[in-house]
Design a protein around this ligand. Structure first.
Ligand SMILES: [Zn+2]
Length: 319
């Protein structure tokens, strides 16, 4: 009797083992391995993981494109070339920027103003609403160049950076609202050292009091394609809020950034009229570029990684 029951027990144990291993083999094949599931994940975590995969993919489709950057600098500096204030080439550059913005999905506005010599120039403006729309940041880059420079670094680099950032923020909202302004006629016209920044000065003149108040700050992106030192600059004649905010952020992400004060009285980029009219402003620039304002400021002179660093920095800052 005792022996028989032992035999039964052995058979039962063998049967259980067989069933369990068969079940293991069958279910192992059904495991959704593509999502990289770990043991103990519920269906809820399964869908969350799938969501993450999707999000990661959609993020990667709207990523920084060095190809787009090179194409923009190529068009401005090679296909169009020297773009002095109010010239036909400057207007061609405005058309190009406008078209690129429309292709991305924006509805850019054109702001017309006069430049010396009975000529006209334009600011091209596009906006993106932020998660906190009460505050806004103006991001500016001038697209004219100073003869005889084809203006690859000064300032095809800044224009290309802004176009790429506009593309990235089309599919996601930045923290604050961002206004992208492509300024015409930044460079000096004639001999008077104060005869410059026509586009940005006009833009500031047309800003209402409340618009100025709502603006957290303005950043001029000018000459970001060549040099060894990443500078944030201002005239030290207005609020340092925007400068300090950029410096703090650079420190947080461990990017070396150095403050440099503009020499002289009128400022060296489009931050000038903002800074002098109550809008905290900063200019970011890589230094030094020995070829600026010369014929040699051309496409082959560019250090593309500088633009990438600048773009990624601004993207993280605004996100
Ligand atoms: Zn410039």
């Amino acid at each position: 009797m005792k022996r028989r029951s032992t035999n039964h027990t052995i058979i039962a144990v063998i049967l259980i083992i067989l069933t369990v291993s068969l079940a293991t083999v069958i279910f192992a094949h059904k495991k959704p391995r593509s999502l990289g599931l770990k043991q103990g994940q519920s269906s809820k975590t399964v869908s969350k993981t799938a969501e993450k995969v999707v999000r990661k993919n959609s993020r990667s489709t709207a990523s920084w494109s060095g190809g787009n950057v090179r194409q923009a600098v190529h068009t401005l500096s090679r296909r169009i070339g020297v773009r002095t204030a109010g010239s036909r080439n400057e207007h061609r550059a405005a058309n190009y920027i406008e078209k690129r913005l429309k292709d991305i999905g924006y509805k850019p506005k054109r702001q017309r103003f006069r430049v010396p010599g009975r000529k006209r120039s334009y600011n091209i403006i596009a906006g993106k609403i932020g998660r906190d729309p009460k505050k806004r940041i103006i991001l500016g880059a001038h697209y004219d160049s100073k003869s005889p420079a084809p203006g690859a670094n000064d300032n095809g680099s800044g224009v290309a950076t802004l176009l790429e950032l506009a593309k990235l923020f089309k599919s996601q909202n930045p923290r604050h609202s961002v206004i992208f302004v492509f300024f015409g006629a930044e460079e000096r016209v004639g001999k008077n050292p104060n005869s410059h920044h026509f586009g940005s000065r006009y833009y500031v003149r047309r800003m209402s009091k409340s618009a100025k108040k709502r603006t957290f700050g303005m950043v001029s992106v000018d000459m970001v394609g060549y040099g060894r030192v990443f500078n944030v600059r201002s005239m030290k004649k207005g609020s340092m809020r925007q400068v300090n905010s950029l410096m703090r952020f650079a420190k947080r992400i461990k990017l070396r950034m150095k403050y440099l004060k503009d020499p002289g009285r009128t400022g060296w980029s489009d931050h000038e009229p903002f800074e002098l009219n109550g809008v905290p402003a900063a200019w970011i620039e890589w230094r030094n570029d020995p070829r600026y304002h010369s014929k040699k400021d051309n496409f082959s002179h560019m250090q593309w990684r500088r633009i990438t660093t600048t773009g990624r920095f601004l993207y993280k800052y605004l996100r």
